[in-house]
Design a binder for this molecule. Structure first.
Ligand SMILES: [Mg+2]
Length: 193
């Protein structure tokens, strides 16, 4: 059973406006087009998963409680617009700040594929039919490493400085589509699921 496709949506700079090391719920603002894209996915029975690197935890800039408070605020704002993630997976590790950081930790932190593979197992996702939307090269690398169909690279968040490298990651079997923002992303993904 191949399962159903998923849309993997990076958090910072994609679903919410980039704020370096977001840790205060008062700073949470949805990116334009986020709720519309997610409602479209829900209508198409596409699973919605948010794999997010949160090295602020390893760096000691905030703790799990702050992460949970931010996630609760994101969920509240999405619920106000009639949508929700099916799964959020956060990686607290960073190679320079996590004691004993090794291969296992590197698999969890994007560009590693483990957060996407966890969703595959938990939700019976067909990774080969799934897409990711991200602003960083590491998002696109994680998508490719997990065997996704492709990724959309947006210019919000840190997108501008990652554009060229992100597009260079395309292969014969892995598409990387350039988009300005999530409204543009919805136009690109409409006929690709
Ligand atoms: Mg990001």
């Amino acid at each position: 059973m191949p399962g159903r496709p998923a849309l993997f949506l990076d958090r910072d700079g994609v679903i919410v406006v980039e704020r370096d090391y977001l840790s205060d719920p008062a700073d949470v603002a949805l990116e334009k087009g986020a709720a519309e894209l997610m409602r479209w996915a829900r209508d198409g029975d596409i699973a919605m998963v948010c794999p997010t690197n949160q090295s602020g935890i390893a760096r000691g800039r905030f703790g799990l409680k702050a992460l949970e408070a931010v996630e609760a605020e994101i969920a509240r704002q999405l619920a106000d617009r009639d949508t929700a993630f099916d799964l959020v997976v956060a990686c607290p590790f960073h190679p320079d700040f996590t004691p004993g950081y090794g291969e296992e930790e590197a698999r969890w932190r994007k560009p590693g594929p483990a957060m996407l593979e966890l969703a595959e197992k938990m939700m019976e996702i067909d990774l080969a039919a799934s897409w990711l939307v991200g602003d960083k090269t590491s998002d696109v690398e994680a998508a490719r490493a997990a065997g996704l169909r492709g990724a959309v690279h947006v210019l919000t968040g840190h997108g501008k400085s990652h554009r060229d490298k992100a597009l260079s990651l395309a292969t014969e079997t892995f598409d990387v589509l350039p988009a300005d923002d999530l409204r543009d992303t919805l136009k690109l993904l409409r006929d690709r699921f």
